[in-house]
Design a protein around this ligand. Structure first.
Ligand code: ADP
Ligand code: MG
Length: 241
């Protein structure tokens, strides 16, 4: 479904990604883990087309995501849902407006259809009754569940999560992980940058471990957690467990 082909990306003096390659099949739940600054967000943002690698290519369903082919690039990007650490809800819009905006503007759905789809997903994340609230009236966990519902409204083929629970109080982490676990069980293809090792181990099918902008390990979850191969991964795991 996704092919990352030898991408590199730097910012001023930082080599954020060096020659990273990765293929992700439909239905895989890939946990992207590694120390802070290892390039996890940059890799996810390159896949989503928020950043452009200076070399290498990203393919979605065997088609190159060429940023210069603007219309096609936009259509390709709309097949991916992105969930941010800090939710990125529009504060001046209600929950339902947050969920209908892109449906109307990007997919040209009608107001009525957009609201119907929004309510389906808000119901699924348990927040139907919050439809007319503004984000500042919601807890962090509720905001993140709205952000997930908003992404799902566009019927993405793959969901990308960048530390979706890192900004949450511990008691709210569980409700967000539950929503993500349900999605995984329904067969959604997911790439999740996370420090939740329990989630990575139980729900994830595969771990990609990054260090200093390079993929150091890429293995089935069980294998990664039980028999990490590299010293870097062993060291990382000894610190988080
Ligand atoms: P991670 O998500 O694993 O913590 P990032 O992908 O955010 O890592 O960052 C990788 C490296 O690139 C870090 O050294 C970071 O400081 C740098 N970096 C990321 N984004 C930018 C940016 N917009 N400008 C300058 N440096 C950046
Ligand atoms: Mg990051």
């Amino acid at each position: 479904m996704i092919k990352v082909d030898h991408i590199s990306k730097h910012f001023e003096h930082t080599q954020a990604l060096s020659d990273v390659s990765l293929e992700i099949d439909k239905g895989e739940i890939v946990s992207l883990i590694g120390p802070s600054g290892s390039g996890k967000s940059t890799l996810l943002r390159c896949i989503h087309g928020l950043e452009h690698p200076e070399s290498g290519k990203i393919y979605l369903e065997d088609e190159w995501m060429d940023p210069s082919d603007e219309e096609k690039f936009r259509a390709q990007r709309s097949k991916m849902g992105f969930v941010f650490q800090h939710f990125n809800l529009f504060p001046n819009m209600t929950v339902i407006e947050n969920c209908t905006l892109a449906q109307i503007n990007v997919l040209q759905r009608s107001q009525e259809e957009s609201e119907k789809i929004a309510m389906q997903y808000l119901t699924r994340v348990g927040l139907a009754e919050k439809r007319d609230e503004y984000p500042n009236k919601l807890s962090g966990g509720q905001k993140q569940r709205v952000a997930i519902a908003r992404a799902l409204c566009l019927h993405p083929e793959i969901m990308l999560f960048d530390e979706p629970t890192s900004a949450l109080d511990p008691e709210m982490i569980k409700e967000v992980l539950e929503v993500m676990t349900n999605l995984a069980e329904e067969g959604m293809t997911m790439i999740v940058v996370t420090h939740e090792m329990g989630f990575a181990r139980k729900v994830g099918s595969r771990v990609v471990f990054l260090d200093s902008g390079k993929i150091v390990e890429d293995a089935p979850s069980d294998q990664f957690f039980e028999h990490p191969q590299s010293d870097r991964a062993k060291d990382f795991l000894s610190k988080v467990f």
